[in-house]
Design a binder for this molecule. Structure first.
Ligand SMILES: CC(C)(COP(=O)(O)OP(=O)(O)OC[C@H]1O[C@@H](n2cnc3c(N)ncnc32)[C@H](O)[C@@H]1OP(=O)(O)O)[C@@H](O)C(=O)NCCC(=O)NCCS
Length: 175
C-alpha cells in the first residue's frame, strides 16, 4: 500500500533547494515524456527550464506573475516541486508540478497543487489554468481528477514548426 502524504510538508523553496529541484524536475520530465515527445524537444526544454542556473534565477517569488518555487519535503528529503502565478487580474496559472517518480500516487501532487491554488486564490484568482501535453494521459488524468476541464489546444512552448507539439489548456474555477 502506498504511504500516505500525512508526514509530508509543503513550503516555499530557498536557495539551498536549487540542486534538488533541478534534479527532480529534469528526471521527472524525462521520465514522464520519454514515450510521448521527441528526445530533442525534451532536452531543449530541460535545459531551458530545469537547469540549475535557470532554477536559481526562478527560485524566489516575483509576485503577482510568479509566486516562487514551492517544494514538498519529507524526513528532510525533497520529493517534488511546483510553481505558479497570476496571468491576469482574476486568472492564475500553474506553471509546473513534478514529483520524484517513486513518490507518485500518494497525494503529494495534490498537496503541491493545493498550495499553488491557495496562492492564486489569495491574489484574487477566481480561475486557474494549466497546460498539459496533448496525449499525456497521466497529467490529464490528474488534472481531471482535481476538477480541471479541457478548453483548447495550442502549440506547446518551445515547439518549433518542424515538431508540431501541442498542449491542452485546462481550466478550473476556484470557489
Ligand atoms: C502528475 C503528478 C504531479 C500527480 O501527482 P501525484 O502525487 O502522483 O497525484 P495524487 O496522488 O495527488 O493524485 C491525485 C488524483 O489524480 C489522479 N491521478 C494521479 N495520477 C494519475 C494518472 N496517471 N492517471 C489518472 N489519474 C491520475 C489520482 O487518481 C487522484 O485522484 P483521486 O484522489 O480522485 O483518486 C505526478 O504524478 C507527476 O509528477 N507526474 C509526472 C510529471 C507530470 O505529469 N506533471 C504534470 C504535467 S504538467
Amino acid at each position: 500500500m502506498p504511504r500516505s502524504s500525512l508526514t509530508a510538508e509543503v513550503r516555499e523553496a530557498v536557495e539551498t533547494d536549487v540542486a534538488a529541484i533541478a534534479r527532480i524536475c529534469s528526471t521527472s520530465y524525462r521520465d514522464a515524456y520519454r514515450d510521448l515527445l521527441p528526445e530533442g524537444y525534451i532536452e531543449r526544454s530541460v535545459v531551458a527550464f530545469y537547469s540549475e542556473p535557470r532554477i536559481a534565477r526562478d527560485v524566489a517569488p516575483s509576485p503577482p506573475e510568479w509566486f516562487g518555487y514551492q517544494v514538498v519535503e519529507e524526513d528532510g528529503r525533497l520529493l517534488g516541486a511546483a510553481g505558479g502565478g497570476m496571468s491576469g487580474p482574476a486568472s492564475g496559472e500553474l506553471s509546473l508540478i513534478y514529483l520524484d517518480s517513486a513518490e507518485r500516487g500518494r497525494g503529494l501532487g495534490t498537496l503541491l497543487l493545493e498550495r499553488v491554488t491557495g496562492q492564486i486564490r489569495a491574489a484574487g484568482g477566481t480561475e486557474m489554468w494549466v497546460s498539459v501535453f496533448l496525449g499525456d494521459r497521466a497529467g490529464i488524468g490528474f488534472y481531471r481528477a482535481r476538477g480541471f476541464e479541457p478548453i483548447e489546444t495550442v502549440r506547446a512552448t518551445l515547439s518549433r514548426t518542424d515538431d508540431h507539439i501541442s498542449a491542452l489548456r485546462m481550466r478550473r474555477f476556484l470557489p
